[in-house]
Each structure stands twice: as structure tokens, then as C-alpha cells.
Design a protein around this ligand. Sequence first.
Ligand code: UD1
Length: 422
Amino acid sequence: MSKLIVTGGQRLAGRVRAGGRKNSALAILPATLLSDGPSVIENLPDIQDVQVYFDILRSLGVRVETRPANGGEAPRGVIDPSGLVWRVPSDELAKRLRASYYLLGVLLARYGRAEVPFPGGCDIGSRPIDQHIKGFTALGAKVTVEHGVIKAEARRLVGAPVYLDVVSVGATINIMLAATRAEGTTVIENAAKEPHVVDLANYLNAAGAQVKGAGTDIIKITGVTGLKGVTHSLIPDEIEAATYMIAAAATCGDVIVENVIPKHLEAVSAKLQETGTTVEENGDALRVVGNGRPRPVTVKTLPYPGFPTDAQQQMTAFLSVASGTSIISETIFEGRFKHVDELKRMGTNITVEGRTAIVQGVEKLTGAAVRATDLRAGAALVIAGLMARGETEISEIEHIDRGYERAVEKLKSIGASLERVP
Ligand code: UD1
């Protein structure tokens, strides 16, 4: 168990590069098992969740070779599924992240049956999987849950219409994966429109699948009998970029975040501008200049293209020093305010009522011993620590390592003062 010691008061300045998108990697790595040949995945984020996924793939007989980050080049992985065997992934590995449940769609498509222990991931709400089950059932599978293991079985998987009752990224992706090798056409209505859904569709189509409409709320997948391995480069991680953008604003800094697709960050850029922060677009980079205490704003998390729930906690930290009261509504995950209790130790004035946080801005934060309760809570506490007077000691930073590549190194390169200690 390591801790982070953050010394506040430094103004961030310089250039920082966003890595490949975590949530694309965690959808496309399992998707490589739908192919018969090896795929090369480029621009992989150098994060713990990707390493855990590699361990899961290896435990299923898949050969995984990686080239670590080398100078300016991002890591890449060669995933060869030719040795894939049907197996139940271990409970220990499956519980270490949310995206282990994509093996349900993949193994169901390849073998007509799949058994995967209940997934883990951030503790931010109840996170049901009924929409995944609804989709698999529509395609002809029988799905049961026994002894903590989700079991899906189908003699034939046949394409069908699926209407999602809630916009779910996970269910959209899982149904896409299963439908890719089903007979006939599946139509997902009320599908998630996140750019990583499009990234997955681009990988699948390059491999020979027939997926149309990704990025809209109706996705049509016509099943094919097999896919080939291909080379695919992941899109940039918009949440990592958003975190550095908010950190720049929070420290009155001047930071250029490189390797971004500005369109994917429009909701975050617009909200930062409302707070009085300057955000300038320049090709695949965004320059963020903080201009003192933020103006209070209203934030409501929504599916893409709305404000991302994955950036809500970082924004809450920033707004805790606003010159008035901000209202933050979390409409996606009911339990995503665990960071607030930790922020209170640093002198914030935040009240949570149900799914709403009322953030009364205070003039200053003071460093304290706090705990990263989940991935983005950890990021929020780092931002609070950068703004605070004195030292902030953040424990349980393994959560941060799950989703941020070389966070300490990157933050230091733009002037932050922080150390990882055992
Ligand atoms: C994914 C992302 C996560 C992000 C979230 C929303 C991955 C690995 N994780 O999580 O970082 O915060 O999208 O952008 O990509 N729901 C149901 N039934 C279901 C499935 C979901 O009711 O069967 C609900 C959830 O409780 C939640 C909402 O739908 O309220 C959205 O969840 P979903 O989009 O599925 O999130 P994840 O895929 O778990």
C-alpha cells in the first residue's frame, strides 16, 4: 500500500500528454477474442486495469505480448487468441475491474456459453447488469446467476431488436460483442453514444464485422461467422485529459493538454469556461489557463455528450473553492459522492442530499490525511491537494493507478509537488 504526499500551492504549467482511453482498451481487449488471428492494439494506456485484463486473457490461454512505453511511444499489445480455451475466469481477477463482464458477450459469441464471476470496479452505486442480461436473452441466451457467477448459454445466438431501458455503456458494448458473431441482425435502441462505443465499432468493422450507427442511439449489428486480427490505435482518454484540465484551472495554471480530441471534451471545456477558466483549442491540444477563484456553476452528469460522471468528482473538488454555491447533480451513479467526506477533512463546505451536492465555496483548503475511495475520488483528492495549503496525504492510491498512467511523473512534469511513499 502506497500513499501520495501532495504539497499544495504550486501553479501547474507546461505540456502534458493524455494516453489511450481506458474504457476503449477495456472493451477492445476482450473484443480481440472474437477474431481468429492476432490483433495489435496501439496507444494502450499504461495503467493497472490494462495489466489486469492482460492477466485475465492469459488465464484463458491467450498469448499477450507488450511493448512497454518507449520514449515518446505509447505501449502496444499483441493479443493472439489462437490458444483461447473456454474457462471460467478466476473470481480474484474478475473482481478487480468492471469490464471483466465483457467476457460474457465474447465467450457467448464464440462458444455459445459463458460463465463469468460478478465483476468489480469502483464502488459508486449498485451498478445492476439487468440490461446486459436483457440483451443476451433477446439474442436467445438463457442467463442465470448461481453462486456469484453469471452464466449465459445459447444453442444459437440469433440477432434481435433490443431496447435499452437505461442508456448503458456496458450493456451497449456487451450486446455489440455478442451480436457480432450471431446469426442475423441485432438492433440496439437507446444505445450509449460514447466515443469508446465508436472506437470499438471501428475495431470490429476493421476486423470484418458489420456494425452500423455507433455514435448514434441506434446501432445495427449484422452477424458474421468470423473476424480477422487487425491493428488498431485507441482514441485518447478524455477523462485523463479532463482531470489535467481541471487541475490546471484549480491551480491558476497554464497547461496544454496534448493528444486529445477536443470534441470529446466539449462538455468539460464549456463548464470550465463558465467558471471563468480560459480554454483554447489548437488542433489536438487544449490550453487551459486558470483565472483565480472559479465562479459557481451548476453541473449535471449525463450520458455522452453530456457532462461525464467520470469527471464529476474532480469538478466538485475544483468548485469547493468557488466564489459562491454550486449545485452538482449526479444522475448516473447514486453512490458517487464518497469523495465528499474526504474533501470535508480539507475544509470544504459540501452537503449531499440524495443525488445532489451543494457546494458552498470556501476561500482556502488545508492539507489533511484523506483516503481515495475510488478511482476518480482519488483524482479529486489530488486536485484538492494541489489547491490546499500544506501537505495532503492520500492513502489507497492503488485506485488512482487503475486508471491514470504515470500520474506522479506527469503531474511533476508540469510543476506539481507530490511524492509516492510506501
Ligand atoms: C462505464 C464506464 C465508467 C463510466 C460509465 C458511465 C467502463 C469500464 N466503465 O461504466 O467509467 O462511469 O460507463 O459513463 O467503461 N445500468 C442499469 N442496468 C444495467 C447497466 C447499467 O441500470 O444493466 C445503469 C447504471 O446503474 C448507471 C447507468 O445505467 O446508473 C449507466 O451505467 P453504465 O453506462 O452501464 O456504466 P458502466 O458500463 O458500468
